[in-house]
Ligand binder design. Structure first.
Ligand code: SF4
Length: 446
């Protein structure tokens, strides 16, 4: 009988892709992937260790699954990804129920390792090597997103070394996949019914910079990807302000399939804070890039993320950030409170702020953003949008939930749609009829 594996994927879409690769390798290796942990012989938790809440979520989940193991519900427990890569042997002592800790470089060996565990072959409990795994089109993937959407990882790791961030330590230096390898994967995904590709990496705008010589960059890649038959939308996440340029904006504007949507995590706007964050580019550059994006792509939808409560963020500096949020009017915005991470340069800075202050600052920004988002949404009433249908609605009077081109999955709002009988994954044209703070309501046109 096939052994059953349940995989829990925590953290970002990049982690989700790694989980999908592990799931597919295991399925090809003769294991059955099951949706419930209670049904599994083996549970794998692919963890996140980016900031404190992500670590807490990972640890809670490990302990929750350890309980199942204690009650004999599952046989083996594996903890993979960023948390073991970061804390290695330390976790082993604290978590005796875990049979195997796997770093971020070991995903491709998962089937052999699970087999060794099941056959009780001698195996080191902690396998944490160099974080050098770079997926390729030859890695199978068992998609866990709705079948019409898939994330596409174009690079791994990061060489930026923002002073607050542990990613370069757990994911290694920035390394791009080859253009033809990415195109192959896009084609396979399209053949499987994927209509929307969501381009990810720790930083997408640096794509190709490590491939040497005249290696093509992100604009070239996006133009090539847009030729993939069957793909209708291409969406760009995780750009870096200092690496955005007019050429990329023109590509986004001119290539119909690329959504007029850019995720530009700016983190802060105060120059001293940006310097202590070790971010490339100052406030002038950030403002210029945003103005350029809006000049070149008039209907662009901009998303950003910010960090509040960074060491040294005085009241004045925070107010500068708040004024920037008010004036810039991002379509979508997320805020993190600064999280002290051992081993990072920011942790050694003076001027750390109490958690309470950080939380208040986050709430102030989110309150401001909710009225900005409400106003922007109201201005969209009457406009026509292409919407992908993603599921059935539980709001009376609306048949489906979906997303417009201006909405990325999970992080932005959604669109409720009134539509005659359609299938999930269909793309319809709808007129926006009403809105709330974050969501849109639309009526599909026949
Ligand atoms: S760009 Fe900065 S914040 Fe983003 S992953 Fe790289 S080091 Fe971390």
């Amino acid at each position: 009988m096939k052994k059953k594996v349940h995989i829990i994927s925590l953290g970002c879409p990049k982690n989700l892709i790694d989980s999908e690769v592990m799931a597919a390798i295991l399925a090809e290796g003769g294991y059955e992937i099951v949706p419930l942990p209670e049904d599994a012989d083996i549970i794998i938790i692919n963890t996140c260790a980016f900031i404190l809440p992500a670590k807490e979520e990972s640890i809670d989940e490990i302990f929750r699954m350890a309980e199942l193991k204690k009650h004999g519900i599952c046989r083996y427990l594996i903890v993979a990804g960023c948390l073991p890569q970061r804390y290695g042997a330390l976790l082993g002592k604290e978590m005796p129920e875990v049979d195997l800790f796997l770093g971020t470089g070991e995903f491709s060996r998962i089937a052999d390792l699970v087999e060794s565990l099941c056959e009780e072959r001698p195996l080191q409990r902690s396998l944490i090597g160099k974080p050098d795994f770079l997926m390729s089109a030859s890695n199978p993937r068992l998609l866990s997103t709705p079948s019409h959407t898939a994330y596409l990882k174009i690079a791994e790791g990061c060489s930026n070394h923002c002073s607050y961030c542990v990613i370069p330590f757990v994911r290694g230096k920035f390394r791009s996949r080859r253009v033809d390898d990415i195109l192959n994967e896009a084609e396979t995904l399209a053949q499987r019914g994927v209509r929307e590709l969501i381009i990810t990496a720790q930083e997408t705008t640096l794509y190709g910079s490590d491939l040497g010589g005249n290696a093509p960059g992100l604009s070239f890649l996006l133009r090539k990807l847009a030729r993939t038959e069957g793909i209708r939308w291409i969406r760009l996440l995780y750009t870096y302000p200092a690496d955005l340029d007019d050429e990329l904006f023109r590509t986004i504007r001119d290539v119909e399939k690329i959504c007029n949507y850019i995720d530009i995590p700016v983190q802060h706007i105060d120059d001293d804070i940006l310097t202590s964050m070790n971010r490339r580019g100052d406030s002038g550059l950030i403002r210029r890039v945003i103005a350029d994006a809006r000049r070149i792509i008039p209907d662009v939808s901009l998303r950003t993320s910010l960090i509040v409560g960074f060491p040294g963020e005085t009241k004045e500096k925070f107010e500068r950030l708040l004024a920037f949020v008010k004036n810039t009017r991002f379509d979508h915005l997320g805020v993190f409170t600064y999280s002290r991470e051992e081993g990072t340069r920011a942790d050694t800075l003076s001027g750390h702020l109490p958690e309470r202050v950080k939380r208040i600052r986050k709430d102030i920004i989110m309150e401001e953003q909710s009225s900005i988002s409400r106003e922007i949404n109201q201005s969209l009433v009457g406009s026509m949008m292409e919407i992908v249908l993603e599921g059935e609605s539980d709001i009376p009077g609306y048949d489906y939930i979906g997303r417009a081109k201006r909405q990325a999955p999970d992080i932005d709002g959604i669109t409720y749609v009134k539509a005659a009988r359609k299938a999930i994954g269909d793309m319809v044209t709808g007129r926006i009829t009403s809105t709330d703070d974050y969501d849109l309501f639309a009526e599909a046109l026949d």
